[in-house]
Design a binder for this molecule. Sequence first.
Ligand code: KIV
Ligand code: ZN
Length: 525
Amino acid sequence: MSDTNVYNRLRIFDTTLRDGEQAPGCSMTLTEKLRVAKALSELKVDIIEAGFPAASPGDFDAVKAIADRNFGPVICGLARCNPADIEKVHAAVKGAENHRIHVFVATSAIHREHKLKMAKEEIIKSAVGAIKMARELCDDVEFSPEDASRTELSYLAEVVSAAIEAGATTVNIPDTVGYTVPAEFDRLFRYLKEHVARIDDVILSVHCHDDLGMAVANSLAAVGAGARQVECTINGIGERAGNCSLEEIVMAIKTRAEFFNVDTGIETTRLYPTSRLVSNITGMHLPRNKAIVGENAFAHEAGIHQHGMLQHASTYEIMRPEDVGLSKSSLVLGKHSGRHAFRDRVVELGFELDEFETNRSFQEFKKLADKKKDVYDGDIESIIMNADGTSSGPWTLQSLEVQTHTDEPATVTVNLIGEDSKVASESAIGDGPIAAAVQALEKATGVDLILRNFELHSASIGEDAQGEVTVSVEIDGRNFRGRGASVDIVEAGCRACLEVMNRTLRRRARGEDTNVKAHSVHATI
Ligand code: KIV
Ligand code: ZN
């Protein structure tokens, strides 16, 4: 970036906790949402859309808890165009010094006819009423015409004009179904700039989905045509194929600032740790070749590239790994590493642990370093994610015996220790070691579960890498996710299931209702 250029400011509106979390398999507990919100504030996003308070009491509580922490960014909540939704958003976000109400209504013919069954004028009336009400409660109001990219241009301009007259301060243009292409979206933004009288009085925003793999490209086209806010999610998580990826759009803008003539306030060295945090929490692992934050994003394998890199890094590198928070080497610690080195690395990876958590994680690290020679960043992250407070008792896995033989059922014995030093030892036979282990755990804990999904991921590299298991299970009609890690993959699976069983037992001990239907993906216990 040259010193002489003064770039326009592009706001980064993160919707990981709303549009991202809404995606199947991405639901987060309240504690996890708070961790993500804190990481987003360290990343210095401008706005955090923390949730959709009217969607469920759990959503309301999470938005309120985030707003009340006052992390720094503007805290926003989503509402449909009705008074109850708007009041709920206001009640949830008002604890934050800077807060925003985001109202939306669909405007395309398909949505008008088949979903809303409302005429064009009715939709405008509803939007105007909602914006006016929101403005009475809050100075910062965003309006989104859902499915804008498939809305007739002249009608869209009419809706946007009415929204501005009603008091919207940001107007967001969503490509809700990921249908548009860059040249078309550029035209749409230029049309609005030309045909909406007071368009320059508001911040024009863009919100793209990735169904055709063009969310980032479409968002950049909108920026080129005057959008000054981009809505995006960490790792691009979101409904269906996801949303515009925050790390990609931010690095595209940073790398090509002179082309776009804008810059963001993002602390780009926090991109990698934040991406890892969200991927660990959601269990949505990234492809190795994912731009910016994938394991191979900065790896140069081909000899000719390596030769060029050695001569001068810029021959094949348009960004420096350190700029996105990737350390130059990922081999970090071993069994002779001390507490100090461990703590430094933990901080570099973006975790903030208190004394108790540091001690607990350090002990786990020492145990792991006895089993495997090299401890990598992925291993450390795995230890910390599994040292989360939610994984504590009542039951701890003391030992596990597994017998398998090709073409024969597997037998597993689990030995658990309870909080009161009670011992539970149970065996079971199953088609495979995981099925047998789950049954043995069910007998030992008294918690029955249906295993819906079992994902195994290597936390680092090499044959002795830890296996990280994420399970999705159904208990008492509700869906939950559990995580476990170990160099033994059956043990990792057991730990993941036991984590969810323990949470269920704690919830039952608190007398909380267990009879909620399975599709409740917003379960937070
Ligand atoms: O995709 C979409 O249209 C949305 C709106 C609610 C902004 O998420
Ligand atoms: Zn969306």
